[in-house]
Design a protein around this ligand. Structure first.
Ligand code: ASP
Length: 595
């Protein structure tokens, strides 16, 4: 039974490609063998649903199709039943050329019939199952948490659900099960996980969805390493389910190192790190260079290298730094570049030799030097931090990596999982980050994350400086970590605060009054006081993991019923206005949106 994927009518013989979830089989209807069946087969069209019985035969050697697993056989039909017809379709699942995405999303049920989508959804199932199995075998219970709840602390906008029985009150859909999973530790469940939908009303970027799925977990009494081990374990199982053998443990790097060497807190390790050339230069050499290129000596002198970029033209060289994200973050204003190695070699032969050797530059590599601009007349330039400078260099590194991707091929799959999947743990994130728009410090992860033992004194000393951009709050390190793959963040987590007094301090440092904290998180603060075990956890994006494993370039390829970048479901046509009666029931009045 299945769909007519394609029908070829050769007169007395009709070939039908019969398709079901497992693929396609050729079915043959022969007028000479059975003319009544042949008459019926003439009526078949694309995507009709049929049932056939018959005899499976070896195909003639010259008609064998090596491209499909069933290509050596065919079914010679004895009986054919038409189970259902289909209207003429907006596009055909069997066709290689894809219609535009709007069509695909509107007629998602047809789009999902396509081979590639069937593969992706099956892969998603296998990956989730492998993760569930692994975690269950390692003592984790899958426990559900509510969707109709109250605001959680992830910091995005909430989706709200109005309450009918309490007009004017709203539930919030969870941005994550954060507080519930911590409460589950307080409730004695030790090891919790959930493959769970989370909801965040964010301005959508290309690779975000308003509802997405997390592999969420929490454990009692963990060291950071115990959480990492669990994650490495289930990722190994998930990748294995997709046919990829990955190696653990993953390399580790502190946030500071990631910023210094990659200018980024999710380093893409498929390309070389930046190298601070100061380490190789004498004080005189550094003086000379810094003077000549108007760079600040107390900032790193970053060498950025893109391997195998080959010869590039002088014009191309001169335009480096004038495009991409680097340009967008005003890189040229803050960063001084030396992009002409030939000229450099002529002007500074000895130095040039040294640089080549120190940074292990190969003849066909593209490389340049980036230093922090010294323009005492420009206050903004002089105020930039080492971190901002490194981040700008990091953008430049990635811009160049993109531009020369065809040449260095480092983003191409090689078939060797060790090269294709560069995992990394980044740890010791800052506890607080400065929000320039709001002029205040915010939690970099969420306010339940604990800090390094040694940094408590700093917290105490600066507990009332939430509006001071220069506050040492920025130096406090959290016991927070991210797992990164090929330059994308797969997930974040942390060891949590398990003492109420510490939790109160963090709220105080965040400028939240006691009343405010009680109003938002009262139940949670109270729970902390009833014998909370030390605990910690993490959450990883399932959609993204499946997307990477499917080799897809959009989350929409691995989510059965996704939303568009404007958060619209084109198939069911949501969101929609609702009836006045419904609104009345909820005690809600709406205002016409401004044009
Ligand atoms: N709830 C956090 C998040 O969704 C993850 C965690 O801290 O476990 O980012």
């Amino acid at each position: 039974m299945g769909w007519v994927n394609r029908r070829r009518d050769l007169g007395s013989i009709i070939f039908i490609d019969l398709r079901d979830r497992t693929g396609v089989t050729q079915v043959v209807v022969n007028r000479e063998l059975n003319s009544a069946v042949h008459d019926k087969a003439e009526l078949l069209r694309n995507e009709y649903v049929i049932a056939v019985t018959g005899t499976v035969k070896q195909r003639n050697p010259d008609t064998i199709n090596k491209n499909i697993p069933t290509g050596e056989v065919e079914l010679v039909v004895e009986e054919l039943r038409l189970l259902n017809e289909s209207k003429s379709l907006p596009f055909l699942p069997g066709e290689a050329v894809l219609p535009n995405e709007e069509m695909r999303l509107k007629y998602r049920y047809i789009d999902l019939r396509r081979d590639a989508m069937q593969f992706n959804i099956e892969l998603r199932h296998k990956v989730s199952k492998a993760i569930r199995d692994y975690l269950s075998e390692h003592g984790f219970f899958e426990i559900e948490t509510p969707f109709m709840t109250r605001s959680t602390p992830e910091g995005a906008r909430d989706y709200l659900v109005p309450s009918r029985v309490q007009p004017g009150s709203f539930y919030a859909l969870p941005q994550s099960p954060q507080m519930f999973k911590q409460i589950l530790m307080i409730s004695g469940f030790d090891r919790y996980f959930q493959i769970v939908r989370c909801f965040r009303d964010e301005d959508l970027r290309a690779d975000r969805q308003p509802e997405f799925t997390q592999i969420d977990l929490e454990m009692s009494y963990p060291q950071t390493e115990s959480v990492w081990e669990v994650v490495e374990g289930f990722l190994t199982a998930a990748f294995k389910a997709a046919g990829q053998e990955i190696k653990t443990p993953f390399p580790r790097m502190s946030y500071d190192e990631a910023i210094r060497r990659y200018g980024n807190d999710k380093p893409d390790m498929r390309l070389p790190a930046m190298v601070d050339m100061r380490e190789s230069l004498t004080a005189e050499e550094l003086d000379e260079l810094a003077g000549k290129f108007r760079m600040r000596e107390e900032f790193p002198l970053q060498l950025i290298r893109i391997p195998k970029a080959g010869e590039i033209s002088g014009t191309e060289r001169r335009t480096i730094g004038t495009y991409g994200a680097f340009q967008h973050v005003q890189g040229p204003q803050f960063v001084q570049l030396m992009t002409d190695p030939k000229r450099f070699a002529k002007d500074y032969p000895a130095l040039s030799e040294k640089v080549l050797a120190f940074a292990q530059i190969q003849p066909d590599d593209l490389w340049l030097l980036a230093g922090a601009a010294s323009r005492p007349e420009n206050a903004a330039v002089m105020e930039q931090s080492v971190q901002h400078f490194c981040e700008k260099c990091g953008f430049l590194r990635l811009d160049l990596a993109q531009k020369y991707a065809m040449r260095h091929q480092a983003f191409e799959k090689t078939g060797d999982p060790a090269k294709d999947f560069r995992f990394l743990w980044v740890s010791d994130f800052p506890m607080f980050e400065w929000d320039n728009a709001e002029k205040r410090w915010n939690p970099a992860h969420h306010p339940f994350t604990t800090l390094h033992e040694e940094d408590f004194a700093k917290l105490d000393a600066n507990i009332d400086s939430v509006h001071d951009p220069k506050s040492p709050l920025g130096e406090i390190r959290a016991l927070a970590y991210d797992v990164v793959l090929n330059g994308t963040e797969l997930g974040s987590g942390s060891i949590r605060i398990h003492r109420q007094d510490v939790q109160s301090k963090i709220f105080q440092a965040l400028g939240m009054s006691d009343e405010e904290a009680r109003a938002r998180f009262g139940f949670f603060l109270e729970a902390l006081e009833y014998g909370t075990p030390p605990h910690g956890g993490i959450a990883l994006g399932l959609d993204r993991i499946v997307m990477i494993l499917a080799g897809a370039d959009s989350l929409r390829e691995v989510i059965p019923f996704p939303k568009t970048a404007r958060a619209v479901d084109l198939m069911v046509d949501a969101p929609t206005p609702v009836s006045d009666a419904q609104l009345k029931d909820l005690g809600i009045m709406t205002r016409k949106p401004k044009e």
